[in-house]
Design a binder for this molecule. Structure first.
Ligand code: THU
Length: 131
C-alpha cells in the first residue's frame, strides 16, 4: 500500500474523533503485514488523562484482533479537523509502537497540501526500552 493511501485512511479516521475538550481531531491508520488496515481516532475524557490517542486506538484494536506484525502507520491531526501542520505521535504512543514494532517500522506524519514526513520508529524513539 502506498503512503498516500494510508494517509487518506488516517484523514478519514479524523472524522471519528471524540474531542469535545481540545477540539483537536487526530486520525491514524495502521498497516498490518498481511495488508489489513486498522483506523483509530483520539477519544477524550472529561478527566483528561484517560484520553486515548488515535495511534493507540488503532494499535489496541489490531492487537485485540490478534495482529502482531505491523508495517507502517499514518497519522494526522488538527484543530477542528483542519490539517494546518504536522502531528507527530506523542511519547506514550511511540513507546506503545515499540512494544509491537521493530525499529524499522515506518511512520508517515501527514501535513497540509499532501505533504508528509517519513520517519522510522528508531528516529522517533532512539535508545528505546524493550524487554
Ligand atoms: N493526540 C493524539 O491522538 N495523538 C498524539 O500522538 C498526540 C495527541 C490527541 C490527544 C488529545 O485528544 C488531543 O490530541 C490534544 O492533545
Amino acid at each position: 500500500m502506498k503512503a498516500e493511501e494510508l494517509i487518506e485512511l488516517a484523514q478519514e479516521a479524523m472524522r471519528h474523533a471524540y474531542a469535545p475538550y481540545s477540539g483537536f481531531r487526530v486520525g491514524a491508520a495502521l498497516l498490518c503485514a498481511d495488508g489489513t488496515v486498522y483506523q483509530g481516532s483520539n477519544i477524550e475524557n472529561a478527566a483528561y488523562s484517560p484520553t486515548n490517542c488515535a495511534e493507540r486506538t488503532a494499535f489496541f484494536q489490531a492487537v485485540y484482533d490478534g495482529h502482531r506484525d505491523f508495517t507502517a502507520l499514518a497519522v494526522c491531526g488538527g484543530k477542528n479537523g483542519e490539517i494546518t501542520g504536522f502531528c507527530p505521535p506523542c511519547g506514550v504512543c511511540r513507546q506503545v509502537m515499540r512494544e509491537f514494532c521493530r525499529e524499522d517500522f515506518v511512520v508517515y506524519i501527514a501535513g497540509p497540501k499532501g505533504q508528509y514526513q517519513e520517519r522510522t520508529l528508531a528516529q522517533l524513539l532512539p535508545d528505546s526500552f524493550v524487554l
